[in-house]
Design a protein around this ligand. Structure first.
Ligand code: NDP
Ligand code: MG
Length: 398
């Protein structure tokens, strides 16, 4: 494989750490020649410094400026440059590289991803919220500046691997594990704690992605992500619950053929694919032995308990602002749920209400073509969800 210059934004998170493992393994086994340009994270200065000393990037960036001195101290004498703050993060994203791994969580990752794309850097995109909120801007700027956008999300990586030349596609399927509450009753879900919601049966992920998987808002975001990345209308995207998380995505062709991608549930597989593409990088991912798998199950999403996919369709129908509101309302409700100020079922209820109020409000026609517009509509969506949650608390006498 040709040498690759890599930058990672969000290196200290679940995806970022898996990417570091992929790179280390490839280096150790002589399978890949990786040079690290920049590593960036939010506030975890200990892990960032550890990673920097291991991978020796040109630059290490901490977004939280109050941690700058500590990073300086930890990297002093190493020869690694240090910077802090959001603008430093955006500048780091623009440093020339072969692949920029966008692994920040939430819409906070959008700006650095755009900065990478505008510098002509190919982006391996894990940060689905930035595609949901600003996908059309990212893709049009990518085209303008000659940058590629390669999916990291396992379902989208699967589809990317199945698409071939992209012609004669009838339908795309993304799979959902169903999360920890796949078989739970509505009453059990109403009482669910953040710890129960974050305990994903198959995947090891950051807290946000895990809780989004429990509500299926993760699949709603991925549904929108698929529609944007593959330019596919919602009626040609299907979600199927597959509790074993072995089949990640499928492309259905006009002749009746279906091509699926399978692997054990480990993000190192799609991360390595996006970092190495068009080459493949050997990884430590557990090998799939089909004869040892008792069975593979597939079932429909129960929309009565999990309204998220319906909300994704509604958000798409509302246009770019609808997608931003779905995401920002969900981010606000996720915060409220994790800090104990709302119940589990309130997450999707508040998103539903936010979409409804947005559709008849003054932002409904926003095209969300600039970062400013996206941020403004995002704040509005977060406000709508928080407002609904506040009123729900009052109704409950809390
Ligand atoms: P984590 O919460 O584990 O990690 C988030 C990363 O983002 C950390 O490095 C964190 O830094 C950094 N970060 C957070 N806020 C900021 C900010 N404002 N500025 C700069 N850096 C910031 O998340 P995951 O790794 O689980 O997920 C990352 C993205 O990938 C998400 O969009 C998620 O939906 C997507 N994804 C994740 C999958 C998974 O298996 N985990 C699967 C598919 C997609 P620090 O910790 O230093 O504060
Ligand atoms: Mg996924």
């Amino acid at each position: 494989m040709a040498a690759r210059r890599i930058s990672i934004a969000g290196s200290t998170g679940s995806i970022g750490c898996s990417a570091v493992d992929v790179i280390q393994h490839a280096r150790d086994t002589g399978a890949g020649d990786f040079e690290i340009v920049a590593l960036a994270s939010g506030s975890n200065v200990e892990r960032l410094a550890e990673q920097a000393l291991l991978l020796r990037p040109e630059l290490a960036v901490i977004a939280d400026e109050t941690r700058r001195e500590e990073l300086d101290a930890r990297l002093s004498g190493s020869g690694i440059k240090v910077a802090a703050g959001t603008s430093a993060l955006n500048e780091a994203a623009a440093m020339p590289c072969d692949r920029f791994l966008a692994a920040i969580v939430g819409a906070a990752g959008l700006e650095s991803t755009l900065s990478a794309v505008r510098a002509g850097n190919d982006v391996a995109i894990a940060n689905k919220e930035s595609i949901v909120c600003g996908g059309q801007v990212i893709l049009s700027e990518a085209q303008k500046y000659g940058a590629k956008v390669l999916p990291v999300d396992s379902e989208h990586s699967a589809i990317f691997q199945c698409l071939g030349d992209g012609r004669s596609i009838e339908l795309l399927t993304i799979t959902a594990s169903g999360g920890p509450f796949r078989t739970a009753s509505l009453e059990e879900m109403a009482r669910a704690t953040p710890a129960q919601a974050a305990a994903h049966p198959n995947w090891s992920m950051g807290v946000k992605n895990s809780i989004d998987s429990a509500t299926l808002m993760n699949k709603a975001l991925e549904f929108i992500e698929a529609s944007v990345l593959f330019d596919m209308p919602p009626e040609r995207i299907d979600v199927v619950v597959h509790p074993q998380s072995i089949v990640h995505g499928m492309a259905h062709f006009t002749d009746g053929s279906v091509i699926a991608q399978l692997s054990t549930p480990d993000m190192k597989a799609p991360i390595s694919y996006a970092l190495g593409w068009p080459d493949r990088i050997p990884t430590t991912v557990n090998r799939l032995h089909l004869s040892q798998l008792a069975r593979l199950d597939f079932e429909e999403v129960d929309e009565a308990r999990f309204p998220a996919i319906r909300l994704a369709r509604e958000a798409i129908a509302l246009g770019p602002g609808g997608r931003v509101v779905l995401n920002s309302a969900n981010e606000a409700a996720f915060e409220a749920f994790t800090n104990g100020s709302c119940g589990f079922l309130d997450i999707t209820r508040s998103v539903e209400d936010a979409l409804e109020r947005f559709s008849s409000g003054s932002f409904a026609s926003s095209k969300c073509e600039t970062l400013e517009e996206i941020a403004e509509v995002g704040r509005y969506g977060a406000f709508l969800a928080s407002d609904w949650l506040e009123r729900a608390r009052k109704r409950a006498g809390g």
